[in-house]
Design a binder for this molecule. Sequence first.
Ligand code: 13P
Ligand code: SF4
Length: 329
Amino acid sequence: MIKNEWIEKGYIDEPIDKNIEIVKEIRQMCKDKNAIILAHYYTQGAIQDIADFIGDSLALARKAENTDAKIILMCGVNFMAETCKILNPSKLVLAPDLNSGCSLADSCKAEDLKKYKEEHPGYKVVSYVNTTAAVKALTDIVVTSGNAKKIVDTFPKDEKLIFGPDYNLGSYINQITGRNMLLWNGGCHVHERFSVDEIIKLKKLHPNAKVLAHPECKGPVLAVADVIGSTAVLLNYSIKSSENEFIVATEAGILHEMQRNCSDKKFYPVPPEISEGGLGCSCNDCEYMKMNTLEKIYNTLKYEWPSVEVPDNIRKEALKPIERMLELS
Ligand code: 13P
Ligand code: SF4
């Protein structure tokens, strides 16, 4: 029985018996229930270790499109779970905690985008995957940081485009494609915090290190980066590169998979700018991603709740721009 207090909280906080082997039990439930665990690189290392598949937003969407499992448990944030549900309406899509939002997705409300479109007739809308289903439903094509350039390049040079919601990614794509897309003024609170001064300090300490940055970072951070790309691009670069040291300007969870693949290489996370209280820290976590825990995963599989639902009218409209992206990427 799902308790009302859990519904109010958006997750199950039932204590777990200390004597059970939680990882073993989770894997057993996946087998018994034909469930698959998908996890983003920003989740805790322990979750990445038990997942059936880990990836960036694009790879997770592709996996969700192709899986035969009956239940998909998405360990990431809400827009990722919604994308799963949009692609798999007949499957049970679960998320360990319904509070796992995304500051970037929150920076673009569907009603505001609708108004902006009305003010700009003749423009097509290119939306980053970090958006709600309702925003995707108002979109012509979805992109991720892994395919944004490739997809924007498919439009004729004179096509009028609105890009949202990430301003930094949009500016970067404008720069590398020579476009002048109208940019939504949204951003990710984690990526906007990375400090250029801290990168310079790290570079002085480790002069041979390559700077890897996610395109959601601010322009000055991208200007000092050697490699700019999605989490999967940054990870693959660190694996294939002959370099041995990397300064990493994206959420710190990615370091787990980098270090797992390259035990002999060194990775230095970029700290955020010193906070107003003067307390800097060497971590830069996405608190939404970190809401996923092994305990919540266990309970979610046990009770098959919380499930992620997308109203049918929104789902049908949101599916079109996601399918267009998957066809082109
Ligand atoms: P990726 O698509 O690169 O995995 O990024 C997702 C994200 O939320 C970045 O903050
Ligand atoms: Fe959203 Fe930023 Fe967290 Fe990525 S890191 S999920 S963009 S809040």
